[in-house]
Write a protein that binds this ligand. Structure first.
Ligand SMILES: *[C@@H]1O[C@H](CO)[C@@H](O)[C@H](O)[C@H]1NC(C)=O
Ligand SMILES: *[C@@H]1O[C@H](CO)[C@@H](O)[C@H](O)[C@H]1NC(C)=O
Ligand SMILES: *[C@@H]1O[C@H](CO)[C@@H](O)[C@H](O)[C@H]1NC(C)=O
Ligand SMILES: *[C@@H]1O[C@H](CO)[C@@H](O)[C@H](O)[C@H]1NC(C)=O
Length: 192
């Protein structure tokens, strides 16, 4: 009996101590994270993505689709199609302009009532200040709207722990071939 009450008493003393040390530990971790990541910075990126599905050397390939009748290009009949992409990113709309990176990943036709994509794509840069760094886009992308926004959910290298958004504008779209050139203005919050 006596023993137990002694233990109770010591627990009563210990618990607040444990809480206090836990909170100190949490403050410590937070302080560390801040120190580790450095100061927040905003960077604007501007480039053009070339998505080519036609020809002998496409940058986007169909790898899966639903079983059943395809209603046709440019209609929700494409619902269920999955493409793997390795699209070049260039400085200007001209496909022969300087390549600054590649958009690699996949997009899926994810709209039953409208033609829209969901992107899971890594935009890796291969030139300039951000050579070797990337931003990750995971977002709905309603391609029928000439101007649209996608979410930047992370990144690598200088864009580690990044987040932000990109404004997209369809520069050109060939309805026969399905090939598109899309202008990107990306606003990235990251750390230096
Ligand atoms: C695919 O569609 C065909 C024709 O409609 C049908 O015979 C077949 O069973 C379907 N396969 C699957 C896996 O659903
Ligand atoms: C980009 O980085 C890679 C690997 O570090 C290097 O080989 C390449 O020359 C760099 N390119 C430019 C344009 O800086
Ligand atoms: C990107 O920014 C430039 C310069 O501000 C502007 O001219 C262009 O219209 C913008 N494009 C998009 C897709 O936001
Ligand atoms: C659109 O694509 C078709 C088929 O690949 C091609 O013949 C045509 O020249 C393209 N149009 C433009 C404006 O590039």
């Amino acid at each position: 009996m006596k023993r137990r009450s002694l233990m109770d008493a010591s627990l009563h003393l210990l618990l607040p101590l444990i809480f206090v040390s836990l909170s100190w530990m949490m403050i410590g971790i937070e302080g560390h994270a801040h120190h580790y990541l450095g100061k927040e910075k905003v960077t604007q990126l501007h480039f053009f993505l070339h998505d080519t599905i036609s020809g002998d050397n496409p940058s986007a390939v169909l790898v899966a689709q639903r079983n059943g009748t395809k209603v046709g290009n440019g209609s929700p009949g494409q619902f269920g199609e999955v493409y793997v992409v390795d699209d070049p990113l260039t400085e200007s709309p001209d496909p022969n302009s300087k390549v600054v990176g590649h958009a690699q990943g996949l997009y899926v036709f994810a709209g039953r009532k409208e033609l829209l994509l969901v992107f899971a794509v890594d935009f890796g840069f291969t030139s300039g200040e951000f050579n070797g760094s990337s931003i990750s886009v995971l977002s709905r992308n309603p391609i029928m709207e000439t101007d649209r926004e996608v979410a930047v959910v992370g990144g690598r290298g200088k864009f580690r722990m990044a987040r932000g958004f990109a404004n997209l504008h369809t520069y050109s779209f060939n309805t026969t071939s399905g090939d598109a050139v899309v202008e990107y203005n990306v606003t990235v919050f990251h750390y230096v």
